[in-house]
Write a protein that binds this ligand. Structure first.
Ligand code: HEC
Length: 116
């Protein structure tokens, strides 16, 4: 009995539902340019721990002057604004990918928060 319950808990301990959706969205729409590790690629900065991190703060990535000029840290609100309209949030940013649907943005942000 105990063992079966423990096994069920292990199976259920995957990501929460929103983060699970966010992971699939991230894999489809973001992973071509971003890792969720500290590793930058030429196409985009590594996003490990991006929630709460300094804006334009991945060491060694050549950010645009526009994003560097923003200052501050990434919060739920600033991540949401950037993903909705990157150039509106940070004029001159080199990221053009947008996520139009609010629910998709919050799922992606929930997923990013599971990658500290
Ligand atoms: C075609 C490549 C590309 C795609 C696709 C892309 N990005 Fe980006 N992303 C970039 C680049 C390049 C930057 C740096 C922008 C700059 O310097 O202005 C960036 C920056 C970011 C930042 C700021 C990181 C920091 O260190 O301040 C976040 C957050 C981000 N992207 C999230 C996402 C998410 C989430 C997706 C998927 C919905 C996504 N990106 C899709 C290229 C991409």
């Amino acid at each position: 009995m105990r063992i079966a319950l423990a096994a069920a808990l292990v199976l259920a301990s995957a990501l929460p539902a929103a983060a699970e959706d966010g992971k699939a969205l991230f894999n489809a729409q973001c992973r071509s340019c971003h890792t969720t590790t500290a590793a930058n690629s030429p196409a985009g900065p590594g996003l490990k721990g991006v929630a709460g991190r300094k804006i334009a703060g991945s060491p060694g990535f050549a950010y645009s002057p526009g994003l560097k000029a923003k200052g501050g840290t990434w919060t739920d609100a600033s991540l949401d604004a950037y993903l909705a309209n990157p150039a509106g949030f940070a004029p001159g940013t080199r990221m053009f990918a947008r996520v139009a649907q609010p629910a998709a943005r919050s799922a992606i942000i929930a997923y990013l928060k599971t990658q500290p």
